[in-house]
Design a protein around this ligand. Structure first.
Ligand SMILES: *[C@@H]1O[C@H](CO)[C@@H](O)[C@H](O)[C@H]1NC(C)=O
Ligand SMILES: *[C@@H]1O[C@H](CO)[C@@H](O)[C@H](O)[C@H]1NC(C)=O
Ligand SMILES: *[C@@H]1O[C@H](CO)[C@@H](O)[C@H](O)[C@H]1NC(C)=O
Ligand SMILES: *[C@@H]1O[C@H](CO)[C@@H](O)[C@H](O)[C@H]1NC(C)=O
Ligand SMILES: *[C@@H]1O[C@H](CO)[C@@H](O)[C@H](O)[C@H]1NC(C)=O
Ligand SMILES: *[C@@H]1O[C@H](CO)[C@@H](O)[C@H](O)[C@H]1NC(C)=O
Ligand SMILES: *[C@@H]1O[C@H](CO)[C@@H](O)[C@H](O)[C@H]1NC(C)=O
Ligand SMILES: *[C@@H]1O[C@H](CO)[C@@H](O)[C@H](O)[C@H]1NC(C)=O
Ligand SMILES: *[C@@H]1O[C@H](CO)[C@@H](O)[C@H](O)[C@H]1NC(C)=O
Length: 523
């Protein structure tokens, strides 16, 4: 919140400076002044907008900017109007947060157009057909309908296109080969569907690509790897499916710092080749911080907005679980979210080399094997969620080295042994570990006895549903085991005690006793 306020302050300051500069050098062209005044008569506002908490909480100012425009004054000094400092022509219009409603709008030859956070609901399918000069278009957080505006193919100077949080639908046209200046493309939170447009691989200047929370149905776009300037890739909340190919290339997304492909239908093993090539994520420091604020605003804002009817600007909370606000504002924000897919196999050690990582979420997959000890090298990690997998083995004591770890979720796995103590580990509650039968020690009430739990508690029904091996098969297994055991016991008795049998079933006997305990507690 603080950060946002500060940023707004700075922006306002810069905005004012520009205006004084304009005033000093040029006054506005009269025909443009009257065109703007004419435009104002066509704009319709909804007064309830100004009391709507959704917008009040998100807008730095909530005010119909054009209401201050006065005939006879220099239009370059008008609120929301930007003029070219040399020619004096109006080149930009910012009517964000102005309470505008649908059906307003002549698209002039602007370079910069910001209508974000309004209530506009026009069908924009055939917009922008008369404009070629637009460089920045921000129609985010409105109610625009229709399909992706095809005519944008003619806006070859376009660098930023933000259409997030609208009601746009249908497939994306394959026009991006015409938009090779594009740096930001944000379509998060619409109803776009179908294949991801392959021509995006021609937008070789893309820095921020966010197609999250749509209905895209495709395999993972390996062909995006050519975009060597990409820093942010968000494909979460679509219907992407199938395995991610293990590419041989050694130059995959070298400067990516945010990789969010969660909540899809992706399968196969975790994309090891990608993880090995995320060079920027191996760097710790300030180099990767400049995109932070933008990303939080444009992406996480949208996501939280979907989940909660209202949220404040401390949206990073989602990254760390909903009820956990950030204690400090991170200087860098390096995040990998592969959660809620169908990834299987083991967690590669290679994650441990991404020393810049702040958030890692691999939860809700089908991962097996041990938690790699190398994760203890991720000393900047603030949030680690490995919950709802099938991980086994014990919790590496190296994880206690993670001094900044604020959120840890290892619940709903099959981990065993004592929970590490000390440092950050003393701050996690038992929620971080629930649904692991074999864990013991504080903060669980189950005490350790020679590194194994002294007693057991029943498995949660959630774990049963997810992995399909719940209480009932265990009971059946126990029954079968008992029959087998009695049979073997009889055999052992009748032929003496072969040493191999005693060794082999020595451990099993303890297990059977435990299962017995468990049944006793559930019934
Ligand atoms: C602005 O004022 C001028 C005269 O000062 C007038 O001719 C013109 O019609 C006015 N424009 C609008 C849009 O009111
Ligand atoms: C484009 O310009 C033509 C003529 O200049 C005009 O008739 C048409 O309405 C304009 N279309 C849009 C969408 O602004
Ligand atoms: C580009 O603009 C021309 C007119 O200048 C128009 O005929 C054409 O349809 C436009 N192309 C696209 C893809 O919108
Ligand atoms: C995921 O894939 C399965 C088939 O493998 C399909 O039944 C299911 O509907 C898919 N889910 C989504 C959200 O696409
Ligand atoms: C569009 O506007 C919103 C809200 O003002 C802002 O958060 C976002 O960064 C803008 N998008 C671009 C691409 O500048
Ligand atoms: C990890 O991802 C899951 C599913 O996408 C989400 O519910 C959870 O809140 C995330 N964990 C953290 C710590 O953000
Ligand atoms: C990472 O951790 C592993 C195991 O804990 C250790 O052997 C290795 O030296 C560490 N590597 C780096 C680069 O810190
Ligand atoms: C951990 O993740 C599980 C689901 O995987 C979730 O139900 C639980 O609330 C999470 N706990 C914490 C402390 O985040
Ligand atoms: C978790 O902690 C609470 C108290 O904080 C305790 O009542 C509960 O029994 C604990 N649960 C387990 C499984 O240890």
């Amino acid at each position: 919140m603080m950060l946002v306020v500060v940023r707004v302050g700075v922006c306002v300051h810069i905005f004012m400076l520009f205006h004084f500069a304009c005033l000093a050098s040029h006054s506005c062209h009269p025909e443009e002044s009257s065109a703007l005044l004419h435009l104002r008569t066509q704009l319709i506002t909804n007064t309830t907008f100004y009391e709507d908490n959704y917008y009040v909480n998100r807008c730095p100012y909530i005010y119909p900017k054009m209401r201050m425009w006065a005939n006879g004054t220099d239009c370059c000094s008008w609120m929301g109007v930007t003029c070219d400092s040399l020619s004096g022509h109006v080149i930009g219009l910012d009517l964000s947060c102005s309470g505008l409603v649908g059906h307003q709008f002549p698209w002039h030859q602007f370079q910069y157009l910001d209508l974000s956070f309004n209530l506009m609901d026009d069908d924009i399918s055939s917009f922008f057909c008369n404009t070629t000069s637009l460089e920045v278009i921000n129609l985010s957080h409105n109610r625009f309908t229709g399909t992706f505006p095809q005519c944008l193919a003619n806006c070859s100077y376009l660098t930023d296109l933000d259409l997030q949080m609208n009601n746009l639908h249908d497939t994306l046209p394959d026009i991006f080969k015409h938009l090779d200046q594009l740096e930001t493309l944000n379509l998060n939170g619409n109803q776009f569907k179908g294949l991801l447009p392959k021509s995006l691989s021609n937008s070789i200047n893309l820095v921020d690509l966010d197609l999250g929370n749509n209905q895209f149905e495709d395999t993972f776009p390996n062909w995006l790897q050519n975009l060597s300037t990409l820093e942010i890739l968000v494909l979460r909340g679509n219907k992407l499916y199938g395995p991610i190919a293990n590419l041989k290339s050694e130059n995959i997304f070298p400067i990516l710092i945010i990789f969010d492909i969660s909540c899809n239908n992706l399968s196969g093993s975790l994309p090891k080749a990608y993880i090995q090539n995320f060079q920027a994520m191996k760097i710790v420091g300030d180099e990767v911080q400049r995109r932070l604020v933008d990303y939080i605003d444009t992406s996480f804002g949208a996501i939280v907005g979907n989940i909660l009817p209202e949220y404040d600007n401390s949206v990073i909370a989602t990254v760390k679980g909903t009820n956990t606000p950030f204690a400090k504002i991170p200087t860098t924000f390096v995040n990998i979210d592969l959660s809620e897919n169908k990834f299987e196999g083991e967690i590669p050690d290679d994650f441990g080399e991404l020393h810049g990582l702040i958030g890692l979420n691999l939860s809700h997959n089908r991962l097996v094997g041990n938690i790699p000890h190398s994760l203890g090298n991720l000393t900047n990690l603030e949030s680690l969620d490995l919950s709802s997998n099938m991980l086994t083995g014990d919790i590496p004591t190296e994880l206690a080295n993670l001094n900044f770890l604020e959120v840890l979720n290892l619940s709903q796995n099959q981990l065993v042994g004592p929970i590490p103590r000390g440092k950050q580990f003393d701050t996690f509650s038992n929620n971080s570990y629930e649904g692991n039968m074999g864990l013991c020690g504080l903060p669980l009430s189950v005490q350790c006895n020679n590194n194994v739990p002294l007693q057991q508690y029943p498995p949660s029904s959630e774990a049963e549903d997810k992995f399909g091996f719940g209480w009932k098969p265990v009971a059946i297994g126990y029954a079968c085991g008992m029959v087998l055991g009695i049979g073997l016991g009889f055999y052992v008795f009748s032929i003496g005690k072969p040493q191999w049998l005693v060794i082999m079933f020595g451990g099993k006997r303890i297990k059977r006793r435990r299962r017995g305990n468990r049944r006793a507690r559930t019934t």
